[in-house]
Design a binder for this molecule. Structure first.
Ligand code: GLN
Length: 379
């Protein structure tokens, strides 16, 4: 039997590869982006409450209504927008499913999708498996800023979607008001959709304000916003994310979502709905992670790694040019197996494998772990 791969170039994701290598060699895992500290006891108690209380059958396809209402309320507080929980919010199996379902619903054969690389590694396969054509714009260190004039030149009659991601994984760069204003100008009077991956919305530092597309009513009319409770509440294994879009777009996304996962786990959705009613649970995140970032960077200051600015996310990028001439894939493996700290090589986020000799450290870890990682790396 012959199987023709629809994704012949795709290999196992770098997050799995590096986490497995870290575990095999007992290395400190600063590669895959997940916290090593626990979920808030209050949230776990709520989850138990709903598990024990009989909330164990199918949730509604679009998500538990109380959760969608709580999300709408949260967006009102954060971004001053008014969303209809019935028609504009869908709870998904993590933001990765949200991104996939949106692309599958809206991108067809031959449609061009402009993405900015380095890009999170699910974007390209999701576009290609649905017949779309990836049009990447390469962003470069140290600041990974988008040159919007170049974007204007890349737009064609076939452009169906532009994907943005702020705060940006892996670079930690953020989009500001001016960026959103130019984007708005580019897509105005076109059929281009904007998919805005905002899973790190709360991880933004130095008092900067996250420029959610939800703050821009005109832009929102053609947009899809994906977000994640896994990232927000240190529960990446719970797989709860959501997608927000105007009702006509949401209706299309739900057609895919319902035949993909139908709906996602119910008791945890109820737990999240209750937990969200206390804004402090998410409003405290920027200072919580900024402190971790600063602790990690100061612990690393006397190593030969050269760190780039990190305005958001829980990732810090560093150049290792002073340490090695090796390619970043090789270097990341060496650091894991020989020095006991696992990182992510940035070339994995470029479809052409661009290698600027930069690796990504995840600082969503306990203080002790960050300090021990720095100790190991000082050698
Ligand atoms: N978003 C996480 C990261 O960038 C990884 C998620 C995953 O492993 N699929 O590290």
């Amino acid at each position: 039997m012959q199987i023709t791969s629809k994704l012949p170039d795709v290999t196992t994701t770098i997050f799995t590869i590096m986490s497995q290598l870290a575990s095999k060699h007992g290395a400190i895992n600063l590669s895959q982006g997940f916290p090593d500290f626990g979920v808030d006891q209050k949230l776990k108690d709520l989850a138990n409450h709903y598990l024990q209380g009989g909330y164990n059958q199918y949730a509604p396809m679009a998500g538990v209504l109380e959760l969608r209402q709580a999300i709408a309320q949260k967006k009102q507080v954060m971004y001053g927008c008014s969303l209809d929980p019935e028609t504009e919010i869908t709870v998904t199996n993590g933001a990765t499913e949200a991104i996939y379902s949106a692309i599958a619903a809206l991108v067809g054969a031959g449609d061009e999708v402009i993405i900015f690389e380095p890009a999170y590694d699910s974007y390209v396969p999701a576009i290609e498996v649905n017949g779309g054509v990836v049009v990447p714009l390469r962003l470069k260190s140290p600041d990974y800023q988008i040159d919007w004039d170049q974007v204007k030149d890349m737009v064609t009659s076939k452009t169906r979607m532009i994907m943005i991601n702020s705060p940006h994984n892996p670079s930690g760069a953020i989009l500001r008001q001016d960026d959103l204003a130019v984007l708005q100008e580019i897509v105005e009077d076109t059929n281009i959709l904007v998919l805005s991956d905002e899973v790190y919305q709360h991880l933004i530092y130095e008092g900067e304000q996250h420029q959610s597309v939800l703050r821009y009513p005109d832009l929102y009319q053609r947009s899809i916003i994906t977000m994640s409770f896994g990232k927000t509440f240190h529960a990446t294994g719970w797989r709860i994310g959501y997608v927000i879009a105007p009702s006509e777009i949401t209706a299309e996304i739900r057609k895919v979502h319902q035949s993909n996962t139908f709906g996602i786990n119910r008791p945890l959705q109820h737990a999240m709905a209750d937990y969200l009613t206390t804004p402090e649970h998410y409003l405290s995140l920027p200072s919580f992670f900024q402190r971790k970032r600063d602790l990690f960077l100061s612990a690393m200051v006397d190593t030969p790694f050269e760190f780039l600015d990190c305005a958001g996310t829980y990732f810090a990028l560093a150049s290792y040019r002073e340490i090695s001439d090796a390619g970043d894939q090789e270097f990341a493996r060496w650091l894991t197996t020989e020095k006991g700290v696992a990182v992510i090589p940035i070339s994995s986020f470029y479809s052409d494998g661009t290698d600027e000799k930069i690796v990504r450290f995840c600082f969503a870890k306990t203080d002790e772990l960050l300090v021990s990682a720095a100790e190991k790396l000082r050698t």
